[in-house]
Structure formats: structure tokens, C-alpha cells
Design a binder for this molecule. Structure first.
Ligand code: SAM
Ligand code: SF4
Length: 340
């Protein structure tokens, strides 16, 4: 069945009466960066044979769209390093054109944006998230281990020329970028980008102790309030960020606070890995294999049943804690598996 056809399927509702309308898909676990909070220096990636083809990813995403998902975000690893990834964006863009999907978007480190910004826009993408934790080129390379800030800034220019709206994501890192957060607010105001700060989450073994990286956003917010007038805002993007408006710049400033303020009660999303494993919560281990039902038959009946069964198991929320007694990962997988 064509997912762009009007659907009479009942919506996906979890046991806590939350409607699942947002799917995030990690299209690859690989990346051209090795950010210190996300990956260890020596990562073992999945064998290519385990990874779903782009056609299979399209079929899976389209099944979710038919079951009522209205927003799709492709992420990773770095989504734009997957070979021929634009064919997936173009394919999924048909659901934007048909009206079955409200938004097709991407979270990227920006390294390939100069190449792809125009094609993303043509495929139907309008807003993108670009992760930049610092505006200092040396620090940028230290955090990402392999990245170059000027390449990402070229990518941002290409995005602007292509007419894409950019939101910057920055992970707040103690002793690393905490002296720069003011500067980032000012820069995003000047460039016209929304900005979201994220608390570091205890996912995967990354080498260093998480407690050394963790900077509570409650502290960031009170420090920023000394310099900026932060006004409450009811702006929402369907994600977990809570937004303020920076009066002096007019820009929006979001805070994603999985540690200091748990937002699970309004969770509307599930996450698919590039092997077809569905995680119903970023911070829990329970998962459902959708690859076997996908491959079991060309009809989507078995697949739809597996998706519904998985949603019926969505847990209430995560249990992230970082303190002196909890310095290790809450879940063993890295953020790059489920895509942030
Ligand atoms: N490679 C792309 C990027 O960096 O934007 C997409 C995938 S990345 C895993 C998605 C987001 O997760 C990025 O904004 C990144 O900074 C964030 N992230 C990665 N590991 C994290 C962690 N342990 N805690 C909080 N955010 C994390
Ligand atoms: Fe790659 Fe994104 Fe993880 Fe950095 S945060 S290592 S860019 S997947």
C-alpha cells in the first residue's frame, strides 16, 4: 500500500496515552567526527551487511507515516556521510508533497552541508539542526577530534543560500565550552539561528568520566540570565526543548534538560536504528526488531503488527542520572546508534 494514500489506520497510542507522531531514524552509525561526549576514539561500527538498504529504510519510514507519524528526522552517526543518502531524502519527500508528513528534517554535524544543502531543500527539507559546540576552531577540533570549524561554517552559508532554516545544537560541557555560551547566544542572534543547549547524557562508554563533562543547564540558564533578558516562550517544535526568547537579540534559546528536568510525560517519539531496531525510549534498553518483519513479506501487514506491538511497550521514561555514584553509562549504546 502506498503510504501517501489517505490512511484510515488507527493512530499509534502508547500505554500512557501518548500519541506517537515523531520518528527519528539513525541512517548510519558511522561518522566523520569522533565527538568526545558521543564516541570513544576507537569505535567498532556495524558490519555493512547488518545495515538496512536505503529502500528498506524508505519502506519502514513510510509504514510509520501510514500509521500516523507526521514528523521524520534523519540522523546518525552522520546521516550525510551515508552513500547515496539524497535518494532517501528525495523518496521520503513524496510524503511531504502528498501532505501525509508535516516535516522532513535532519540533524547533521554540517561537514557535508556545502555539498547537499540545495538537494535537501529540493527534497522538501525546510529546517535543519546543525551541531556546533564551540566557535573556537582549535576547540572545535579538540571536541570533534576530526572536525574543522571552517568547513561547517561554509556548510551553514550554503544552507542559508538554499533557504534552509538552521537551529544550532550545542552540548554544554563543563570546562570546555562553558566560557563561550554567551558568545554563542550572541552569534546565533546575529546569524538568525535558533540555539538549543543540551545536557550531556550518560550513553555508551566514551572513555572519560561523564561527571567531568556534565554541566547542568539550570546553572547555564542562571549564568546567561546575568547578561541576557530571557523571556518565557510557549514556542514548541514537537521536541523536548523548552524555549526562551532572548530579548536583546530576538533569537530563540532552547534547553534540553534530560537530567535536571525530565520531560518524558510529553514524549511523542520513537527511534529507529540503521539495522531496523526500534527503541521506544532513548534512555532504556527495551527494543523491537523490525528488520525480520520487514523482510518476512512484501506486504506490510506483519510489519504494521510489529510496530503496534512495540508501541504498546513504550516505557514511561528514562532514568538518566549523573553524579558521584553514577558516572558510567545508563545504557550501553552510544548516542550515534539512536541518533540523539
Ligand atoms: N552527527 C549528527 C550531529 O552531530 O548533529 C547527528 C547525530 S548526533 C548523535 C545528534 C546530537 O546528539 C548532536 O547534537 C550531538 O551533539 C548530540 N549528542 C551526542 N552524544 C550526546 C550525549 N552523550 N549527550 C547529549 N547529546 C549528545
Ligand atoms: Fe558524529 Fe554527531 Fe556523534 Fe559527533 S555527535 S561523533 S558528529 S554522531
Amino acid at each position: 500500500m502506498d503510504a501517501s494514500a489517505p490512511s484510515s489506520a488507527p493512530p499509534l497510542i502508547d500505554p500512557f496515552q501518548r500519541r506517537i507522531s515523531y520518528l527519528r531514524v539513525s541512517v548510519t552509525d558511522r561518522c566523520d567526527f569522533r565527538c568526545v561526549y558521543c564516541m570513544s576514539e576507537d569505535m567498532t561500527f556495524l558490519p555493512k551487511a547488518d545495515v538496512l538498504s536505503l529502500e528498506e529504510l524508505d519502506r519502514l519510514c513510510s509504514a510509520f507515516v501510514r500509521l500516523g507519524v507526521r514528523k521524520l528526522r534523519l540522523t546518525g552517526g552522520e546521516p550525510l556521510v551515508r552513500r547515496n543518502i539524497m535518494s532517501l531524502f528525495r523518496g521520503l519527500g513524496r510524503h511531504i508533497k502528498s501532505g501525509a508528513l508535516d516535516e522532513l528534517t535532519v540533524t547533521t554535524n554540517g561537514s557535508q552541508l556545502a555539498k547537499y544543502a540545495g538537494e535537501l531543500r529540493e527534497a522538501g527539507v525546510r529546517r535543519i539542526n546543525v551541531s556546533i559546540d564551540t566557535l573556537d576552531p582549535a576547540k572545535f577540533t579538540a571536541i570533534t577530534r576530526w572536525g574543522k570549524l571552517d568547513v561547517v561554517l561554509d556548510g551553514l552559508r550554503a544552507a542559508r543560500e538554499a533557504g534552509l532554516t538552521v537551529k544550532i545544537n550545542a552540548v554544554a560541557l563543563k570546562g570546555v565550552n562553558d566560557d563561550e555560551l554567551d558568545r554563542m547566544v550572541a552569534w546565533c542572534g546575529d546569524e538568525g539561528h535558533d540555539l538549543t543547549f543540551i545536557e550531556v547524557m550518560p550513553m555508551g562508554d566514551i572513555g572519560p568520566n561523564r561527571l567531568d563533562q556534565y554541566l547542568p543547564l539550570s546553572l547555564v540558564r542562571s549564568r546567561l540570565s546575568e547578561k541576557w533578558t530571557l523571556e518565557e516562550s510557549d514556542y514548541r517544535t514537537g521536541g523536548p526543548a523548552r524555549y526562551m526568547t532572548v530579548k536583546e537579540t530576538g533569537g530563540r534559546l532552547g534547553f534540553i534538560t534530560p537530567l535536571t528536568h525530565n520531560f518524558c510525560e510529553s514524549c511523542n517519539r520513537v527511534r529507529l536504528t540503521c539495522t531496523g531496531t526500534l527503541y521506544m525510549c532513548l534512555g532504556q534498553d527495551d527494543a523491537a526488531d523490525l528488520r525480520a518483519p520487514l523482510r518476512a513479506s512484501d506486504s506490510d501487514t506483519v510489519l504494521d503488527g510489529a510496530i503496534r506491538e512495540a508501541i504498546a511497550r513504550k516505557p514511561k521514561g528514562h532514568d538518566f542520572i549523573i553524579d558521584r555514584r553514577h558516572t558510567g553509562p545508563a545504557v550501553p549504546r552510544h548516542m550515534s546508534v539512536t541518533g540523539g
